[in-house]
Each structure stands twice: as C-alpha cells, then as structure tokens.
Design a binder for this molecule. Sequence first.
Ligand code: GTQ
Length: 347
Amino acid sequence: MTTLGTLADLPLDYRQGLTSRNLVPLWPGLRTVLPPGRPIRHTQPVLWRYADIRPDLLRAGELTPIEKAERRVLVLANPGLGLDNMQATPTIYIGMQLILPGEMAPNHKHTPIAVRFVIEGDGGYTLVEGEKCPMEPGDLILTPGGLWHEHGHDGSGPVIWLDALDLPVLYAFEASYVTEGPHQSIRNEPDASQTRYRRAGLVPYRSLDAPRKAYPLLRYPWREVRESLQALAPVTPKRDAVQLAYVNPETGQECMPTLGFSALMLRRGETLNLPRRSASGVVHVVEGRGQADIDGTILAFDAHDSFVLPTHAGVTLGNGSGKKPAFLFLIDDAPLQRKLGFYEVFS
Ligand code: GTQ
C-alpha cells in the first residue's frame, strides 16, 4: 500500500485557504477513515462491576428524587468513546435504572428503541401501550421505538434493571427525541407471554393471515429462557455455543430492528471461543462467574457485571465454576449491521 501525502506536505497558505472555505483534503486522512484490513477501534473492552454500580445507584436514589430525574439511571459509558457520549459501544447505550417503591417513571415515547433486562427486585413493572409487563429478575421487556412506556413499582425494596438502547445510532442520525404523554390506563389482562404467545411454535390463528402488530410479544420471561437453555445444552456439541436468540414469534426474525438479544449458557467448566465478527456487543452476566479474554484483555466477571465486546474482537468466555452453569445475556448490533449489508463473521 503506497504512503500517501500528509498535511505537512502542503503549503500553509493553501491549507489555510481550504480551511476557510470548509474544505479538507482526503488523502492525509484516508488511511484513518479507511484503514487496511481492519477498522480502527476506540471502544475499550471494559467491565463494570455490579458491586460498584449498586451502591452508587442506591445513593442516586437518596440524592435525586424521581421527579428530578424522570429516569434514575447511571450510564455505562465507554472511556474510549468519551464518557459524555454515553456509548458502551459505538451503537449501544447501556444504563442501570433504579426505581423505588411507590415511584413512577412517567409515560413517554421516543425514537430510539429500548429494552429492559431485570437485575433485581420484586414488584416493578413497565407499561407498554397499556400492556403491563411484570419485571422479574432476568426478564427481557421490549419498548420499541415510538411506543408509549412508563415504569412503576408496587412492591418493596429497590428494583434495578439494565436499559439497552440504540440511542447512539439515533443521536448520530440527529433523529433522537422524546414525546411526553399522560399516564396510561392499564389493560387488565396478563402480558402476551402468558396469553397470546405463551409457547414457541404456537401463534394466534388469525395472525397467519395478517400479523396484527409489529411487536406481538413484549416480555420474555427469564424462567422460560433459562429452562430452554438447559434443555438445549445436552444436545449442543462441545465446541458450539449454547445460545438462544430472542425473536419475534410471528416472523422468527430478530425481535428489534437494530439491536439483537441472546442468552448464552456456559456449561460446567466450559471454555467457549466466539467467532470474530463485525458486530459490537455488551455481555451482562445473569448468573455465575468466569473469565473473558477479549483480544488479550482478561476480565474476571461475576453475577450482574457487564462488559464490552468491541467490533472484530477475538473473544473467549470461560465458566469459572466446574460445578454450575453460568448464564449470560448478550446485546449486539448485528441486526442493524445485517440490514446495512456489512455484517461479517470470520471463522
Ligand atoms: O426508561 O424510558 O436508560 O427513556 C434512557 C432513556 C431509560 C426509559 C434510559 C430512557 C429510558
């Protein structure tokens, strides 16, 4: 590959003239924006310990009333991307949200999509367009872009969950905004995971002729995901991942347009090599402990910790227990990359 001319090669008056006319020569920066072979990455493979986050979040509960926060969230910001930019990866926003008994996080809708993955507590719920989704630990709850959502808590003790949004993408598009709305009235029926979409492989008959909703299923109960992983484990060859994708039960496609969600079980004593791929991701540890090797950076993880998988990273995940499985929840931007046509897996 030829060495290109630099800025210093150009006369000062020429450079100043270009700058004054908002013009930039490409060639001095060409190898930065189009590096050979592999992208330049600023995303660091950082880990956030839940043992650190939890006390800070509970303190936020004392310091800032919900009315002054709307959403009481500490954002997991990747230092490589600039803390103020609120990016865990270039495309993924991750926050940890606290709601205390009796509090309400008021109704709104926004252009970014969001999902909640519940970490601890009883009695929390999210209302999505009138559907009340109970938040039990490990549950995944979708709040698709443009759908009204508010959070509440009728139990005791703190409820904490992880928020994942495609906010960095919408923000880069200069398309991110929110609309506030009045408190929703609750439809007095159980969520669709208990009624219309109770079981994989069965859908309401009329949805065959015309799918009724873009997002028929808003809640994926962890109890069923965990059982399904345990059933999958013994029929999965040793070198393959025991991994289930969260999909739309009517289309079988990823459940959200931009971000992908999957659950992964590391069997007792298992060490798993993930293929290098173009997607970035964030792993949240649901249960167990272990070790991640990300491009040579070694991270020891415990239950409820979260860590970053940069694009194109070589990733090895090890279960730290020879006795118990570990369960991980993975968020990635593969759906967006597939749609844009550059998703790659390198084996
Ligand atoms: O709960 O709707 O972490 O609007 C960031 C923005 C959570 C939410 C976040 C939000 C929400």
